[in-house]
Design a binder for this molecule. Structure first.
Ligand SMILES: *Cc1c(COP(=O)(O)O)cnc(C)c1O
Length: 406
């Protein structure tokens, strides 16, 4: 049933060569490739349907609106939101997190606390630091152990009536560690009234997501890491919370009435969707959801987990390899260094000569790098179209790098 060649045939870019070698694309945690079905929907929007949404009574405007709202309902199902209007289109995880931090400003005061973790992407750190600057609140950071695993006894210590926000990722982009967000949410609910924010940028491409079961207040992710175009993303928020909080951007489409005496805001989701949205991209995000559902998210996850297990086993057969988070529960990512040999970017350049695309450096997670006292890692990250042969090529490349740099 799971036909990897059939899946690969949907990605034209996978046929290309890089530096005279077949492309081996292992940088999926940075962005995934897009299947033809997504590109076709995007292209078709601009060739056949292009019009602004929610504005015109003319036919194209109505068709474009219907397509975008259909996509919203697909995403609602994809994350099991209770209502489609709890699904807000954004341009990505970064925008979603900044939006949340901004609209919570009036809810925080001096000496309140925001809890994040050591494993966060810069985009789940900096917006909270900015919120602290605006309000006088303080940031508390759940530490990790030498395996990269969150030390949840610190969460127990940190949680109090001062805690106003707990924001963590479900999967770490730098190490691929799967965080126990169910437990984090349960502890938070029990010991505080904090808003719970989940950064799902690295989990939405791999896992089945159920925001109702999770009982989080917000869940954000990017389209481009799950087979959709860049400049697309989703902010999920619970109805009562989104209704109560103020808007983020002001402008067209987000008002009910607007006059110089004052403005009243539109209902959800439009209150948070000021201005002309990325209509073609948002429709294509629905097509990316269709692509994933057609394969089956459990099948995607099983395949990626098998790739990860294989990659880790093969890499550890080599000598002098350090895998970060080796003993932690992980998905989709193997992050490593060659002990005593060169820096990660040297390894990355040698791999690139062999057509193998990996990410090197700090992966927008400098605190993790500081914790391990390194400048960066080599990160190979997997998607549904990757193969075991590609991992063999990666391991060959790493061997070659060891020889050349050793
Ligand atoms: C990529 C990523 C982000 C930022 O996403 P953008 O698409 O760049 O806005 C945030 N958090 C995690 C865990 C990520 O992997």
């Amino acid at each position: 049933m799971f036909d990897i060649q059939e899946i690969r045939s949907q990605f034209t870019i996978l046929n290309r060569e890089v530096n005279g070698k077949p492309l081996v694309y292992l940088d999926n945690a940075a962005t995934s490739q897009k299947p033809n079905s997504v590109l076709e929907v995007w292209n078709q929007y601009y060739t056949d349907l292009n019009a602004n949404v929610h504005r015109g009574i003319h036919t194209l405007s109505q068709l474009a609106t219907e397509e975008m709202e259909l996509s919203r309902r697909k995403i609602q199902k994809f994350i099991n939101a209770k209502h489609d209007f709890e699904v807000i289109f954004t341009k990505g995880t970064t925008e979603g997190l900044n939006l949340i931090a901004y609209i919570l400003t009036q809810k925080l005061k001096k000496d309140d606390e925001i809890i994040i973790s050591y494993l966060e992407h810069h985009s789940n750190i900096v917006p909270w630091q900015l919120l602290c600057e605006r309000t006088g609140a303080k940031l508390r950071v759940i530490p990790i152990d030498e395996n990269g695993i969150l030390q949840l006894d610190y969460l127990d210590q940190f949680l109090s009536e001062k805690t106003k926000v707990v924001s963590v990722n479900q999967v770490s982009n730098a190490l691929g560690i799967v965080n126990p967000i169910e437990e984090i949410i349960a502890k938070t609910r029990k010991n505080s009234n904090a808003y719970v924010v989940i950064d799902g940028a690295q989990s939405a491409p791999h896992f089945t997501i159920d925001v109702q079961k999770l009982n989080c207040d917000f869940f954000v992710f990017s389209g481009h890491k799950m087979y959709a175009p860049m400049g697309t993303g989703i902010l999920y928020g619970k109805q009562e919370i989104l209704e109560e909080l103020p808007p983020f951007h002001g402008g067209g489409e987000m008002i009910a009435t607007c006059s110089f005496d004052g403005t009243t805001y539109a209902g959800l989701p439009f209150k948070y969707e000021a201005g002309t949205p990325n209509v073609g991209g948002n429709i294509a995000l629905g097509a990316a959801v269709d692509f994933m559902e057609k394969i089956g998210r459990q099948n995607i996850q099983n395949h990626e987990n098998a790739l990860l297990e294989y990659a880790q086993r093969k890499l550890l057969e080599l000598e002098n390899i350090k895998i970060y988070g080796e003993k932690a529960k992980r998905t989709g990512v193997v992050s490593f260094n060659l002990v005593g040999v060169g820096i990660s970017s040297d390894v990355g350049m040698i791999l690139d000569k062999m057509g193998i695309a990996v990410r090197t450096g700090h992966h927008c997670t400098q605190p993790i790098m500081n914790f391990f006292n390194i400048a960066g890692t080599v990160r190979a990250s997997f998607a549904v179209y990757n193969t075991f042969e590609e991992i063999d090529k990666l391991v060959e490349g790493v061997k070659k790098a060891q020889k050349m740099l050793g």
